[in-house]
Design a protein around this ligand. Structure first.
Ligand code: FAD
Length: 401
């Protein structure tokens, strides 16, 4: 049998799906529509902020996927005719498909915070959608220019958002940079929620490694930022407290990327509901959706989950195309590692399966790194920082080679 699978988005989900289709079903023609010519990964961007990694070290090329026969159209998918099964790209060309896989990631909800409209990211970078790395590099430059004794503010959204531990890894690694280079500086982390991923482990680490440097304010203590002022460099909270910052990282509320709305895949939550076995969109036939754009909870919006679920989504798309049964009993894995300082890594593991409605975490599986004083856990923390580096090497290979 012959078949054409078109993939919108060549990030973690889309690239992994393309790779697995070419490996397991080489008779299928795979085209990725993706404006970027290479991928600056969000994972490990926080290490660039700390100064531990360069942009080149977190950039992945598409050479490996091209060698596998994946065709690339480096353009934006602008619209999809889901009846005629054709994607139109910004440059004007149309690309026909038999099955469409959509993994476009997230969109920033501009103006969800008053004062944070398009353009505000030039003052307060979000550095949450990587593009070609401009945002993360801008934030790094701002940290380099910060005077010793300055305040670095973080505005962190409520759930759900891309990479639940990401803001806290970022706080940790910015603290690591400040402690070494600008020790009189402070971090003010204003949060739109009251609890976060690996909270106990992060807070233990902050007390051990960066005592007095980080102030984290939960929503219940007026941490929710509702307005920013880019001229005066102010973060303003729900109850009107105005915090002056010297450098500000605003991680705004998010939704599925625009193209998911344009295709009609998104429901009232702003995210895409999918069949948990096949990742077919609930709303549109012959379209499979993976990655951060989906309603995947309790699975996190992570590169690991985008990669893990892409394998089942890809296999299902091919099976349905060829009139075969989709693979049974899939299991989806996640591990989110976070670096919090030198030789100090922590992790959270989750194992998930399809349930009657959506996804279900497998009981008595997964968990977080053991807690305990650093003298007792030093070896464990060091090992996990190595595991994190191995994870980055492995996942980028599994998606992009
Ligand atoms: P993406 O990887 O963002 O890919 C989407 C792609 O679609 C993009 O390349 C985009 O250009 C393209 N696209 C969008 N619209 C269109 C269109 N209309 N036409 C064509 N192409 C389009 N995850 C982990 O597992 N571990 C980590 O340690 C980790 N660390 C992180 C740290 C930070 C700071 C951040 C922000 C995220 C981190 N993540 C981590 C999360 C991870 O980056 C995302 O979960 C992952 O990228 C999701 O994959 P995706 O395919 O859904 O989206």
């Amino acid at each position: 049998a012959k078949g054409r699978i078109v993939i919108i988005g060549g990030g973690f989900g889309g690239a992994s799906a393309a790779r697995y289709i070419r490996i397991n079903h080489p008779h299928i023609a795979v085209t990725i529509i993706e404006p970027r010519k290479q991928v600056v990964t969000c994972p490990y961007g926080n290490l660039l902020l700390e100064g531990r990694k360069t942009l080149a070290e977190i950039t992945q090329s598409y050479v490996g996927l091209s060698r596998r026969g994946v065709k690339f159209v480096h353009d934006w998918a602008d619209s999809v005719d889901v009846i005629a099964k054709k994607v139109k790209v910004r440059g004007g060309a149309t690309i026909a498909y038999d099955k469409l896989i959509v993994s476009p990631g997230i969109a920033i909800k501009w103006d969800a915070l008053a004062g944070y409209g398009k353009g505000a990211e030039e003052v307060f970078p979000h550095a949450w959608v990587p593009e070609n790395g401009e945002q993360v590099v801008l934030l790094r430059r701002q940290l380099e220019a910060l005077p010793d004794g300055g305040v670095v503010g973080f505005a962190i959204p409520g759930n759900p958002f891309r990479c639940p531990p990401g803001p806290y890894e970022r706080i940790s690694l910015v603290a690591s940079y400040l402690k070494k280079h600008k020790p009189r500086s402070k971090i003010l982390a204003l949060d739109g929620k009251d609890a976060f991923s690996k909270q106990g482990l992060f807070q233990d680490a902050w007390n051990e490694l960066y005592p007095g440097l980080i102030e984290w304010i939960p929503a219940a203590k007026d941490g929710r930022v509702v307005r920013v002022d880019v001229k005066e460099k102010i973060f303003e909270t729900e109850f009107g407290t105005r915090h002056k910052v010297d450098v500000g990282n605003v991680i705004p509320p998010q939704s599925a990327a625009k193209i998911a709305f344009d295709i009609g895949l998104v429901n009232e939550t702003g995210w895409v509901p999918v069949n948990p076995y096949t990742f077919e969109a609930t709303a549109v036939k012959d379209v499979h959706v993976i990655g951060d754009a989906t309603i995947g909870g309790p699975m996190p919006k992570s590169g690991f989950i985008a990669n893990s679920t892409s394998k089942q989504a890809a296999a299902s798309a091919v099976a349905l195309l060829e009139g075969r049964e989709v693979p049974k009993d899939p299991i989806y894995f996640n591990t989110c590692y976070s670096h919090v300082g030198d030789d100090y890594g922590i992790s959270v593991v989750g194992v998930f399966r399809p349930g009657e409605k959506g996804f279900v975490e497998t009981p008595n599986s997964g968990g977080v790194s053991p807690r305990g004083p650093l003298e007792q856990q030093r070896e464990q923390r060091k090992l996990e920082s190595h595991y994190a580096d191995s994870w980055y090497a492995a996942i980028t290979k599994d998606a992009f080679s």
